[in-house]
Design a protein around this ligand. Structure first.
Ligand code: PLP
Length: 403
């Protein structure tokens, strides 16, 4: 009998929980936090596998092995932030190399590409990765790396990882997938042919909006060793306490994602039926342009929903995001508490309006990170905010005039 999606989630929950080892030394069920900078050696160079905590720390090692296992890769590496992880991948490149990246890439990655790596001679071409042909057409002999983010931010575009992995293989380029929005509970890019996965563990993996962290997983040991060299050489490692917090968050990742997906779907359907809403962006809706690809390559559609208002103005969106009560107005995503943000005035503020709009980020685009509160409570919160919008206020005001 074919397994239901539900069964896969439960099987994964067991795997997630038991991937975290019991401490072999003491039997502690929680991973010990090795808050130390160095390790005593018996004689020079003779030690228990740890010599200095930038190179290696036992708490960080548990996290690195955990993410490698869950992403079905060979090697995991933990960094001080998602951007530090992305930076370590970019260090594989040299002057003259080129990257093809998704056009609605995370703003911080865009800044790193354009304002840091560009001056070292690395060029980036941005394409709509919704159609793999756009990647193929942008390739040239200098292309070394293809950079995907799927689902993307904030318009939830979906790229076909397997199709693009085939292009990357044929052209001997590396394929790196930023898997932050899906997490390994929903999508495993290495199984679909990617060479590298990066995460902002700040989001779903940590899951409680209480830390900043980044992770890398490589498909091969060899690639992992190359990036590990840069991790140690540049030193942007994740500390032991934050490593422990990510491990603790990941114990419940599978279960949390299941709830995020279910509530987000409800909310996306609710939004579709609101007269003030123009468009709803959610890969789980059957009218999403790449719904079938999303369905094929991931186990669920995630917890992020974006939408635009019919009155496409900064002021109207500002009014909406300032009036929700459960959805807290803040950047970031992936935590227990629901968050709301106005892309044009927050995450995409530094992008010139014409370029921002061309990438589909309209003035009224609002992004929701659907948390773990009761979905009905979240819908009530949104309904109340729609009631406060000018359009709806005007629509009902004549009734009161007639009283
Ligand atoms: C937040 C985020 C990053 C950057 O991660 P930090 O932990 O904030 O450095 C990278 N990619 C995506 C998709 C993100 O959402």
């Amino acid at each position: 009998m074919p397994k239901r999606q539900e069964d896969y989630f439960m099987q994964e929950t067991t795997e997630f929980i038991h991937s975290i080892p019991v401490d072999p030394l003491t039997g502690a069920v929680s991973v010990p936090i090795y808050q130390t900078s160095t390790f005593v050696q018996e004689s020079p160079g003779v030690h228990k596998g740890y010599d200095y905590a930038r190179s290696n720390n036992p708490t960080r090692s548990v996290l690195e092995n955990l993410i490698a296992g869950l992403e079905k890769g060979a090697r995991g590496l933990a960094f001080a932030s998602g951007l530090a992880a992305i930076d370590a991948v970019l260090k594989l490149l040299k002057s003259g190399d080129e990257i093809i990246a998704v056009d609605d890439i995370y703003g911080g990655a865009f800044r790193l590409f354009e304002q840091v790596y560009k001056k070292f001679g690395v060029r980036v071409t941005y394409v709509d990765a919704g159609n793999p042909e756009n990647i193929f057409n942008a390739l040239n002999e200098s292309t070394r790396l293809i950079w995907l983010e799927t689902p993307s931010n904030p318009t939830l575009k979906i790229a076909d990882i397997a199709a693009i992995a085939a292009i990357a293989k044929a052209c001997s380029c590396l394929l790196c997938v930023d898997n932050t929005f899906a997490s390994p509970a929903l999508q495993k890019p290495i199984q679909l042919g990617a060479d590298i996965v990066v995460h902002s563990a700040t989001k779903y993996l940590g899951g409680h909006s209480d830390l900043i962290a980044g992770l890398i997983v490589t498909a091969t040991e060899e690639l992992g060793e190359k990036i590990r060299f840069y991790q140690n050489a540049a030193g942007a490692i994740l500390g032991p306490f934050d490593s422990w917090l990510v491990i603790r968050g990941m114990e419940t990742l599978s279960l949390r994602m299941k709830q995020h997906c279910s509530s987000a779907k409800h909310i996306a359907e609710f939004l579709q039926n609101q007269p003030e809403v123009d468009r709803v962006f959610y890969p789980g809706l059957s009218d999403h342009p790449n719904h079938s690809v999303a369905k094929r390559q991931s186990r669920g559609f995630g917890g992020i929903v974006s939408f635009t208002l019919k009155e496409d103005s900064l002021a109207e969106a500002r009014r909406f995001v300032s009036s929700t009560e459960l959805f807290k107005l803040a950047e970031s995503l992936g935590g227990v508490k629901s968050l709301i943000s106005h892309s044009a005035e927050m995450t995409h503020k530094t992008i010139p309006p014409e370029i921002r709009r061309a990438a589909g980020v309209h003035d009224s685009l609002i992004r929701l990170s659907v948390g773990l509160e009761d979905a009905e409570d979240l819908i009530t919160d949104l309904r109340n905010s729609f009631d406060r919008l000018t359009v709806r206020t005007n629509k009902y005001s004549h009734r009161f005039e007639n009283c």
